[in-house]
Write a protein that binds this ligand. Structure first.
Ligand SMILES: Nc1ncnc2c1ncn2[C@@H]1O[C@H](COP(=O)(O)OP(=O)(O)OP(=O)(O)O)[C@@H](O)[C@H]1O
Length: 281
């Protein structure tokens, strides 16, 4: 499959501070790629470099086969959408008026406004002025604007950080649909559940370095201790490991019909992050 983004040995220094150290990854067309890491690990810096808002101090970054610095050229701007907390919305205009202005800027049909409003579940609030919106509503308006011109590549910097679970689910469904239609998505998040639900592959960033990169399933297998928890009818919980000893014990309980529940102790992405870095998200 074609790589849409290629990052090799990326380094970024802000003065003496090294924000990114030899970061390498490649993103294929059609992937939802999760860039996960705690605050200050370098996620936003990476997005800014890939979208020509910042110039890196070392390594190579190409997007759509061109150096990332080309992404601020007019002919490239319609190829991607960026969602960040820097909203740039007209505060005194309504949601709908903001989207209308944006549609005119990109010469988009009016139908795209309806689609975008539905995408973020804001049809009923369309007449509200931006300066009267909650943080979560504002985030949804910016997301609506980001997806309106249907770019083949989306950079989403913590797209659901201010959303309640219902609206977050609505956005996940929308993003999955866009992805099914071919959109490649680069997503940063602190939310490990979001990453598990959405991403085909994830990278763990810690202090400017990639510590792991793989599918959520492969990472879970790699960091699993292959144990199961068995809950017995009398309420006792036992951890049983894969192997002969575990099998004999389990068989005894099963023969005696004592097993009430059994589940795998597979780690979550959050557990794996803690295991790798020794720190929490
Ligand atoms: N303009 C800047 N000047 C100096 N240092 C900066 C600048 N922008 C970011 N940094 C530093 O670079 C490091 C990475 O910051 P970055 O914003 O990329 O992290 P992040 O992972 O996106 O964090 P968050 O999740 O809080 O948004 C941090 O130590 C930050 O202080």
């Amino acid at each position: 499959m074609t790589a849409i983004i290629e990052v090799q040995n990326l380094q970024m220094k802000y003065g003496k501070e090294e924000a990114l150290k030899n970061v390498s990854f490649s993103i294929r067309k059609g992937e939802i790629f999760g860039f996960l890491g705690p605050s200050g690990s370098g996620k936003t810096t990476t997005i800014k470099i890939m979208t020509a808002q910042l110039t890196h101090t070392g390594g190579q970054v190409s997007v759509f086969g061109q150096p990332a610095s080309e992404m601020n050229k007019g002919h490239n701007k319609s190829k991607f959408g960026i969602l960040s907390d820097n909203s740039g919305l007209y505060q005194r205009l309504s949601i709908e008026e903001n989207l209308l202005l944006y549609s005119q800027l990109y010469n988009l049909p009016k139908s795209t406004i309806e689609e975008a409003l539905a995408f973020v579940n804001l049809q009923k609030d369309r007449k509200k002025k931006v300066n009267q919106l909650s943080k979560g509503m504002m985030q949804r308006v910016v997301l609506a604007r980001t997806i309106m011109h249907k770019p083949p590549l989306l950079f989403l910097d913590e797209p659901t950080s201010a959303l309640d679970p219902v609206n977050a689910q609505h956005i996940y469904n929308g993003l999955r649909k866009l992805n099914e239609l071919g959109t490649t998505i680069f997503l940063t998040t602190h939310n490990m559940e979001e990453a598990e639900l959405l991403c085909n592959r994830v990278a763990f960033l810690h202090k400017g370095e990639i510590r792991e990169i793989d599918t959520p399933l492969a990472l879970k297998k790699k960091y699993s201790d292959h144990s199961f928890t068995v809950e017995l009818e009398n309420g006792e919980n036992h951890v049983v490991y894969n192997g002969e000893q575990g099998a004999v014990q389990l068989m005894e309980w099963m023969k005696a019909k004592r097993v009430s529940r059994m589940y795998s102790n597979e780690p979550t992405l959050g557990d794996i992050f803690v295991q790798i870095t020794g720190s929490d998200l």
